[in-house]
Design a protein around this ligand. Structure first.
Ligand code: FES
Ligand code: FES
Length: 160
């Protein structure tokens, strides 16, 4: 199946099996390996990307579903330099093994687009990404740091 979609701000075309998970299309066909494979069953969030500004688990999203959509991966989260979340992640020294962290940042970015100043409770309710290293406290701190550094909500807007 031929699929056309916007990927990190540029038009992109793929000719792959319609049922291929977006995760494999991104990693194996496009070569963007920042998005990680964890569980493969939509549970862990390591594979989180944005589709039209909404956090999605790319391991469970067939590539056919992205026709005409806008996909953002960790490689495209900031048009220039580091995203405020990436800077906050460095400042708070969030990662331990690091494997889950691109998914965590993508989930956090989608959350901040909807709620620029989330409470700890909102973070816990919204962020369902798993971290086997237990970095949740530092993730919360980094999200608060990034929220304080972002004067306006991100430009990326969710479509209904
Ligand atoms: S790899 Fe997609 S949710 Fe775990
Ligand atoms: S930092 Fe190791 S799984 Fe999250």
């Amino acid at each position: 199946m031929k699929v056309e979609f916007d990927l990190n701000g540029k038009p992109h075309k793929l000719d792959v099996d319609a049922a291929m998970p977006l995760l494999w299309a991104l990693r194996d066909e496009v070569g963007l390996t920042g998005t990680k494979f964890g569980c493969g069953i939509g549970q862990c969030g390591a594979c989180t990307v944005h589709m039209d500004g909404i956090a999605m688990r790319s391991c469970s999203l067939p590539v056919a579903a992205v026709q005409g959509r806008t996909i953002t991966t960790i490689e495209g989260i900031s048009a220039q330099g580091l995203h405020a979340l990436q800077e906050a992640w460095i400042e708070e020294d969030v990662p331990q093994c690091g494997y889950c962290q691109t998914g965590q940042i993508m989930a956090a970015a989608a959350m901040l687009a909807q709620n620029p100043n989330p409470s700890d409770e909102t973070i816990d309710q919204t962020m369902s990404n798993l971290c086997r290293c237990g970095t949740y406290n530092r993730i919360r701190k980094a999200i608060h740091r990034a929220a304080a550094a972002m004067p306006t909500p991100p430009a990326e807007e969710a479509k209904p």
